[in-house]
Design a protein around this ligand. Structure first.
Ligand code: SF4
Length: 309
């Protein structure tokens, strides 16, 4: 990845030195990908940040009143109004002349893909000035592992005991259709990439959207030590590619995947335990097709370099 002339080692040192704003003593399960993502996002944003947290695992683990693990001002807001809440705070800061405050929403996949979509769409349409972070653990984990429209096909949940029949909603395509200035996918398996995207989002005005895959050992039925491995394999198998979209049309892949077999990702998680070899082959075909679809949208390399410089 190009860091504006900076080497990877220098960039890592710079990112590591940033101040932690997600504090110890939160309520997350061991190995929680949501907690790791919140920590990385807040570390990149710094102290001039106000957070609106939607009902979700992110709310439960960081804001059990009267305690909070967030080292910045924070609001707990309802499932369906994460985006409008952040938009309102951003307007209030504007009116008060405070132009250097980062306003951020943390929401889960249920609060984003399902319940909060209408409000998010309206805020994107108005190009409200905030960063929306979707912490996607692919189900309603907070209320006991029920399927959301972010749950992938075949995944076990409490409401899809034989595996979900529908595919995961192509949410980045919905976001791209709004032509907002900046959107990106990110993964806790690639922390430098994730934090660099937060820093890029910070420099842009208008609605910015980050879709972060956050493995959940509890709901994915895997060991608490497997979070980083699952996150990395989701990218390296091309199941969850890392890319940016500017103005809804300029696509850039930020991490070239190795193209590992998707079976390596599926077989490490108990929620896919029932899948046959035939099922896995079908998923592989779908992943390959989606990858080609993404590649057809990506800008040629020369244009990519110009965008990042
Ligand atoms: S249920 Fe999953 S997402 Fe929620 S706190 Fe536990 S590990 Fe994190």
């Amino acid at each position: 990845m190009d860091f504006g002339g900076m080497t990877m080692a220098a960039k890592q040192t710079e990112l590591t030195a940033l101040t932690e704003k997600f504090r110890q003593g939160h309520y997350a399960c061991p190995g929680c990908g949501v907690a790791i993502a919140m920590r990385l996002v807040l570390k990149a944003l710094g102290e001039k940040t106000i957070v609106a947290v939607v009902t979700s695992c992110s709310g439960v683990i960081s804001m059990a009143y009267p305690f909070t693990a967030l080292g910045v001002p924070n609001f707990h807001t309802a499932f369906e109004i994460g985006a409008p809440t952040a938009g309102g705070i951003a307007h209030a800061m504007e009116i008060r002349g405070k132009k250097d405050i980062n306003v951020v929403t943390f929401a889960g996949d249920g609060g984003t893909f399902d319940i909060g979509l209408q409000g998010l769409s309206a805020s994107c349409d108005r190009n409200e000035n905030f960063i929306y972070v979707c912490l996607d653990n692919e189900a309603y984990m907070n209320t006991g592992i029920q399927s959301s429209s972010a749950t992938p096909a075949d995944a076990w949940t409490m409401t899809t005991p034989t595996g979900r029949q529908r595919s995961k909603k192509k949410f980045m395509e919905i976001i791209a259709a709004h032509r907002i200035p900046y959107a990106a996918t990110a993964s806790v398996g690639f922390p430098e990439d994730l934090m660099t995207k937060v820093l890029r989002a910070k420099e842009v005005r208008g609605t910015r959207f980050l879709h972060i895959l956050t493995p959940c050992p509890t709901g994915w039925r895997m060991s608490e030590g497997d979070t980083a491995r699952a996150a990395m394999l989701s990218v390296e198998t091309r199941l969850f590619p890392l890319y940016e979209i500017r103005d809804g049309v300029d696509y850039t892949v930020t991490q070239e995947p190795q193209g590992l077999p998707v079976s390596r990702y599926l077989k490490m998680q108990g929620r896919y335990r029932h899948m046959t070899d035939q099922d896995i082959s079908r998923v592989q075909e779908e992943v390959d097709e989606e990858w080609l679809r993404l590649m057809s949208r990506v800008a040629p390399p020369c244009r990519r370099e110009r965008q990042q410089s």
